[in-house]
Write a new protein. Structure first.
Length: 163
């Protein structure tokens, strides 16, 4: 479950960043953002734990520049939120290797993801308020929010079925 959350967060982080830059016509940066996302996914596959810090730094730097340049704040904030989530999931996966066999590792995993998911929801709510205040709430942002909400509801459904 942690791996799925990690992969989805990397896709959502780099996808949000790419979409935000594509909206203003910076296709060169959009392509590099997508390439960087593919490289980050490759790093997860190769188990390069150190790359999560590089990914967090690069995503935050690109998102901060986008906010500074006046791009749609929702996409930049979403990119930052999901890159933080990916970084956290990488660290959590590393720490799970040290859990004792008699501990409830699945329960710990579910609780950790639930806590971080609440923070993501709060961050996306604030990003939505920022886009509404700047009158930049677009159809694409609405679809993105619906997709993230559906992923969250699917996650809750799976958790309740396991109990």
């Amino acid at each position: 479950m942690t791996l799925i959350a990690l992969v989805l967060s990397i896709i959502l982080s780099t996808g949000s960043l790419a979409w935000g830059y594509a909206e203003v016509g910076l296709m060169f940066v959009t392509r590099w953002s997508l390439i960087f996302g593919a490289l980050w996914l490759f790093a997860v596959w190769q188990n390069w734990k150190w790359f999560a810090s590089v990914g967090l730094f690069a995503s935050m730097l690109a998102a901060a520049f986008g906010l500074w340049a006046g791009f749609t704040p929702g996409w930049m904030i979403a990119s930052g939120i999901f890159s933080l989530f990916a970084w956290d999931m990488t660290d959590f996966r590393r720490r799970q290797k040290f859990i004792a066999a008699d501990d409830d590792s699945r329960g710990m995993e579910r609780r950790h993801i639930a806590r971080v998911s609440m923070l993501i929801a709060a961050g996306l709510f604030l990003a939505t308020i920022a886009t509404l205040l700047q009158v930049r709430f677009t159809f694409e942002w609405g679809v993105f929010l619906v997709a993230v909400a559906v992923l969250g509801l699917m996650q809750l459904f799976v958790w309740f079925q396991k109990k």
